[in-house]
Design a protein around this ligand. Structure first.
Ligand SMILES: [Zn+2]
Ligand SMILES: [Zn+2]
Length: 174
């Protein structure tokens, strides 16, 4: 299954400001077949999902694997995920069934299936929230050494510039 892609999409979904249909369409830029299903109701439901999923990333950032697992298990009860075996790539793998679900349910199912698989395969510490305050974006860490601390290159370099300036100030005053 493309669980890493699902997981990265779920992080992207949490980081987007879903203030309307246009924002959700923009989030789905690479999934044109879903565009004509986007409704205000999906945006509303996905804003709720954003609030419910954020604690998963926060628990991981606070090194609380039991909370990561507990919150995900609880969300999978509330958002039942219907998996489907697909062979569109020539290799059998799992997808979330799209036929019966609303767009919000589909994206919720993909996020939960992806996060659950990632937590089982790579561990709950692979999720996090950006360490470059005031940014609060979440991220998935697929790096080989599991050392990611920032949501993006931009935040990473902003944090190193800030640390460098803090050192200069400390040198100047000390
Ligand atoms: Zn696939
Ligand atoms: Zn950031």
């Amino acid at each position: 299954m493309d669980f890493l892609r699902y997981t990265e999409r779920s992080a992207a979904l949490l980081n987007v400001d879903l203030d309307g249909v246009a924002a959700l369409v923009a989030h789905l830029a690479d999934r044109e077949s879903l565009h004509d299903q986007v409704t205000d109701r999906d945006c509303m439901l996905l804003r709720k999902l954003q609030r419910e999923l954020r604690p998963v990333f926060e628990a991981a950032a606070h090194d609380d694997p039991q909370a990561v697992v507990a919150i995900l298990n609880e969300l999978m009860v509330r958002y039942p995920v219907t998996p489907r075996i697909s062979d569109h790539s020539g290799v059998l793998h799992l997808h979330v069934a799209a036929r019966t679900a609303s767009l919000a349910e589909l994206l919720a199912g993909e996020a939960l299936l992806g996060l659950a698989a990632l937590v089982c395969d790579l561990g709950p510490s692979r999720l996090g929230t950006c360490a470059a305050t005031p940014c609060t974006d979440v991220f998935v860490d697929a790096s080989p050494n599991a050392s990611r601390r920032y949501c993006s290159e931009r935040c990473s370099s902003r944090a190193s510039v800030a640390a460098y300036r803090a050192r200069l100030r400390a040198d100047a005053s000390g």
